[in-house]
Design a protein around this ligand. Structure first.
Ligand code: ADP
Ligand code: ADP
Length: 229
């Protein structure tokens, strides 16, 4: 896994009097879970967009393993990232089609095996008899099941960075807890960034970055920084 650093990053959207991000420097340690917390408009999404290479900051740098990511490197960097948005996102089609997207060219037996492995390793708790249901439409599953499939799909990508943007906000407490339990099990193997989740997500993070009005207000374990919010 690779460390991600932002150095003195500044970003202003046209027509806004205040920059969305002002001189933000953060280190996202490899194999750790980092949560980015802060009120709406604090700059969380902008920060995430810079981390994944979607936006180039006006000033400052994105470094992965000490090397600047810019220009053509951004495509390579983005290829190593798995992203889970707030809206539960499966491609239209069957569970099988969704999983093959993450492992193009895999044969079905190895895919089911990888899925069972992921399910066991990461407490995914996939629907009973998934291997027989794999031809079923993703749309036929419950929200919690669909988000677990989306997480399984993300893990089959073997990402360097897994980024979850309020990815539990559409789920009830029980399903949200199952996703977070799976994410916690990734500690040590995958770098995870949780954006704007609930305190329940922040407590599983090794490091919480608190954003306020475009600035990094605090960084540390949730117990130490929660009073900043
Ligand atoms: P959230 O806080 O739920 O992540 P967003 O990131 O979508 O919400 O939006 C945060 C703020 O950014 C909102 O105040 C919204 O009005 C503003 N915003 C988002 N996209 C645009 C845009 N394309 N143009 C202008 N303002 C925007
Ligand atoms: P958060 O994710 O914490 O809600 P954002 O990064 O979405 O924060 O927004 C930070 C600031 O930038 C806000 O003031 C927001 O209104 C503004 N903003 C976000 N996206 C856009 C955009 N596309 N165009 C103009 N302003 C934006």
């Amino acid at each position: 896994a690779q460390a991600i650093e932002l150095l003195d990053v500044t970003l202003a959207y046209p027509g806004r009097d205040r920059p969305a991000l002002e001189a933000v420097s953060v280190t996202i340690e490899a194999g750790k879970i980092t949560a980015i917390m802060g009120p709406s408009g604090a700059g969380k999404s902008s920060l995430a967009d810079i981390i994944i290479g979607l936006i180039t900051p006006d000033a400052g740098q994105l470094l992965v393993d000490g090397k600047p990511v810019s220009g053509a490197d951004r495509q390579g960097w983005m290829r190593t990232i798995a992203y889970m948005p707030q809206e539960i996102f499966l491609f239209p089609g069957t569970i099988r089609e969704n999983l093959f997207w993450a492992r193009p060219g895999a044969d079905e037996a190895s895919l089911v095996l990888a899925l069972r492995q992921a399910s066991a390793d990461f407490v995914l708790d996939l629907p009973e008899g998934l291997d027989t249901q794999i031809g079923q439409a993703g749309a036929g599953l419950s929200g919690g099941e669909r988000q677990r499939i989306a997480l399984a799909r993300a893990l089959l990508q073997q990402p360097v960075l897994l980024i979850l943007d309020e990815a539990t906000s559409a789920l009830d407490a029980a399903n949200s807890a199952r996703i977070l339990e799976a994410v916690a099990a990734l500690r040590g193997s995958t770098t995870v960034v949780l954006i704007g989740h609930t305190p329940a997500a922040a407590v599983i993070a090794d490091q919480v970055l608190v954003m306020l009005e475009g600035r990094l207000a605090a960084a540390g374990p949730w117990a130490q920084v929660s009073d900043q919010l």
